[in-house]
Design a protein around this ligand. Structure first.
Ligand SMILES: NC(=O)c1ccc[n+]([C@@H]2O[C@H](COP(=O)([O-])OP(=O)(O)OC[C@H]3O[C@@H](n4cnc5c(N)ncnc54)[C@H](O)[C@@H]3O)[C@@H](O)[C@H]2O)c1
Ligand SMILES: O=P(O)(O)OC[C@@H](O)[C@@H](O)[C@H](O)[C@H](O)CO
Length: 380
């Protein structure tokens, strides 16, 4: 049986990418540090993916097993030697931590295996696979780097499926929304995976996804948090928040339409479709999950700052994006390490300097001025 090795046996790993490989006839070896998940995968050898609908349709995912990358390095290396695909859904900040082990696996693999291996990072980050490749290459010698040519391929991708935090007492089963999209950029002819869409240029797909789904999600999460809402659908019961999401996605939409020549009518329908996905009450998706890691979300290339800087460059409106950035700066959720760090930075340096450090925005830039004025209004 063909093998896919997938790093990150969490919500997207089990609920999306792993499930598609299993349905495409692959054995999926999940790699994770969570012992409880790994041992269950090895004991049960299957789990269920349940759709967040009134009928809760269920798909059984079988041919799965697990390895712990902290305690089973040799086994992970052996799996990398045999795999046809290597994927990740682990969080962009974790990619540098798994890179050394992947590098060891690739080093061993190319000594004996001439079959092609496709590496795809499935993270909410532009060029995540290129970043992962860079981290891996820091741990390879020149001979191995040269040896990868024609054998190991790195493809960027965009992944879209809302998978909330699972409230199921540690079971392997995963509740997911019915919708999904996995877009992979390559001109190679690669083994087909059910549900994987191949494109020659990922930029319009990843930007449309990140700056619509994830920008919209972030607006709802941060404004919802400020209004003491628990979940995304509860936040969307507030008409003010709905209006704010629509206005913000109007701004990202104007940039996307201009940048990629999208059809305005199609894009407007795309936005409405996304907002209707957010309203799915069966997902019970916490605003604190969606708002997690505000330092990452406020990064220069991420869902809030990049569309604002691109809109500014194109002479388009960014005032609602500035409001979204301000709301992210007010995410004071104590259980999120990045939120705690961000609040400490703001307290220590003041807002413009903290924003510069996190987002790269100049302290006197027009965007920063706008963010500061929204921040002061929202804080009241
Ligand atoms: N959940 C979603 O709706 C969704 C949708 C699209 C994309 N994504 C992206 O997918 C990625 C994963 O998100 P998720 O929601 O599945 O998160 P998650 O927290 O459910 O899963 C991450 C997994 O990585 C594991 N992990 C953490 N550090 C590790 C390490 N050093 N070594 C091995 N394993 C480690 C965790 O134990 C966990 O099982 C993120 O980049 C996220 O942005 C998520
Ligand atoms: O995963 P993050 O932290 O980058 O973003 C939180 C959510 O917006 C995200 O997980 C969405 O649910 C997902 O991107 C939908 O495809």
């Amino acid at each position: 049986m063909k093998l896919a090795i997938h790093f990150g046996a969490g919500n997207i790993g089990r609920g999306f990418i792993g499930a598609l490989f299993s349905q495409s006839g692959y054995h999926v070896t999940f790699v994770d540090i969570a012992d409880q998940i790994i041992s269950q995968l090895n004991e049960k050898k299957h789990y269920q993916v349940k759709l967040a609908t009134d009928k809760q349709e269920t798909v059984t995912v079988d041919n799965v097993s697990g390895l712990n990358n902290m305690t089973q390095e040799n086994e992970v290396i052996a799996a990398i030697k045999d795999a046809a695909y290597l994927t990740t859904a682990i969080g962009p900040n974790i990619l540098p931590r798994i890179a050394p082990l992947i590098a060891k696996g690739l080093t061993e693999r190319v000594k004996t295996n001439t079959e092609k291996l496709y590496v795809i990072a499935c993270e909410n980050q532009i060029s995540a696979t290129d970043l992962l490749k860079g981290y891996i290459f820091e741990h390879l010698d020149d001979e191995t780097k040269a040896n990868l040519a024609g054998k190991v391929y790195f493809f960027n991708s965009a992944v879209d499926r809302i998978v909330p935090i699972q409230n199921n007492h540690g079971s392997l089963d995963v509740l997911v929304e019915p919708y999904y999209e996995w877009v992979v950029e390559t001109s190679e002819s690669i083994p087909p995976i059910e549900g994987m869409k191949i494109v020659s240029d990922l930029a319009p797909f990843i930007e449309r996804k990140l700056f619509t789904v994830n920008t919209g999600h972030a607006v709802i999460a941060y404004l919802g948090y400020l209004e003491n809402k628990s979940t995304i659908d509860q936040a969307l019961a507030d008409e003010k928040i709905v209006k704010q999401v629509q206005a913000t996605l109007g701004e990202t939409g104007a940039y996307l339409i201009k940048q990629y020549g999208l059809n305005p009518e199609d894009h407007s329908q795309y936005i409405e479709k996304i907002i209707s996905r957010f309203k799915n009450a069966y997902l019970n998706d916490d605003v604190t999950r969606v708002g997690r890691s505000p330092l990452r979300k406020l990064g220069p290339n991420d869902r809030l700052v990049r569309p604002a800087t691109e809109a500014a460059k194109a002479g388009l409106s960014y005032t609602n994006l500035a409001r979204a950035i301000a709301s992210a700066l007010l995410f004071e959720y104590q259980e999120d390490d990045e939120a705690v760090k961000l609040q400490a930075m703001i307290k220590e340096k003041g807002l413009p300097a903290a924003l510069k450090e996190v987002s790269g925005l100049d302290e006197n830039s027009e965007i920063t001025n706008e963010v500061v004025s929204h921040y002061n209004i929202l804080k009241k």
